[in-house]
Design a protein around this ligand. Sequence first.
Ligand SMILES: [Zn+2]
Ligand SMILES: [Zn+2]
Length: 418
Amino acid sequence: MKTIIRNAKVMNEDNLSDFYISDGLISAPFSDTADIEFDVMGASLFPGLIDAHCHLREPGYEYKEDIESGTRSAVRGGYTSVCPMPNTSPVCDSPAIVQSIMKIASQKASCNVFPIGAASKGLKGLELSEIGLMKQAGIVAVSDDGLPIKTAAQLRKVMEYASYFDIPVLNHCEDISLAEGAMNEGALATSMGLRGIPELAENIMISRDVLIAEYLNLPIHICHVSTRKGVEIIRDAKRRGVKVTAETCPHYFTLTESACEGYNTYAKMNPPLRTETDRQSIIEGIADSTIDIIVTDHAPHHEDEKILEFSLALNGIIGFETAFSLGYTYLVKPGHVELGRFIDAMTKRPSDILKLNRGTLDIGAPADIVCFDLEHEYKFDARNVLSKSKNTPFDGYDLFGRCILTIVGGKLSYEELC
Ligand SMILES: [Zn+2]
Ligand SMILES: [Zn+2]
């Protein structure tokens, strides 16, 4: 099976060239006739995007999303690999559940699915899950996401145990004892009559995790960083040589707590949207690679779980179909982050952290490819997303960068060529 993508700006280089795929792998130019050709008419070609943190809700919450609908939404956003978190029902904490996810993915997914296993059984933070057996079944990392790995002793055990299997540990940093609120703590929360979650709840656990990683000389990955202080703690730790990596999500560099005004539950998430100072620091952190990667934290919820009193609405927003455009529009176009760094944060770096061996355009690599028309401006319409859920605060936003072609393992997964 041979494919040629014609007239592409490979890695957004100025000149147009043709890109070759043979038997699912990126190939050197060949002279044979191709089975399929795509003319992308000057669009930019990049490695397929990799989402190291999302929620696909299957098994257990298929009314919000399932592997089929979630990955269809993902490939439309330019993703070729996604890593679903284990907070499903049942929790993905055993090799049998990992196997069943892998099986459903092999039959129904539009892109690669690399599951993340639970760090503790049932996400309860007590008994370690079977990390080695889950790795054999296909997990690429462990996390109790949705919840933090609560105690320092438990995190130490998880990191030591996971290191035997060379499995990364991803922690949702939130000191629950400080985090009983609905939005960012501050004047706005007070004026809205809502209990606030202080940034301290996040910062204190990032500090703890960094100190444990330094003490053990083992890696730790910090999920969805949202605070200025968090960026500073990670930057200092990296300077000292601590093996810490970090992620953030598009909402933390595009929105602030003011999006919650009017009790807009589509702006309710965990960690909560913070202040303008925090938002600026997140952008600086991405630019200087303190924050290694950008993830979606795609968190689909049914309308009935979102259109509620603010304090009762569930946390989280969908993200696959807006992540690239938000990054391109808010980071790259205004000149805050170089295009190369942005692409690295969405492709090669997540692959490196999770050891997926993807995110490159090297000859012989799996042909996971995406083409974006970077200068195509469009109005994002939440009603049209392919996700089962529509919970997004970005409805009606004018964005740049439309995905026009997604190829996974050499196979066409999404196409919007006119
Ligand atoms: Zn989380
Ligand atoms: Zn999450």
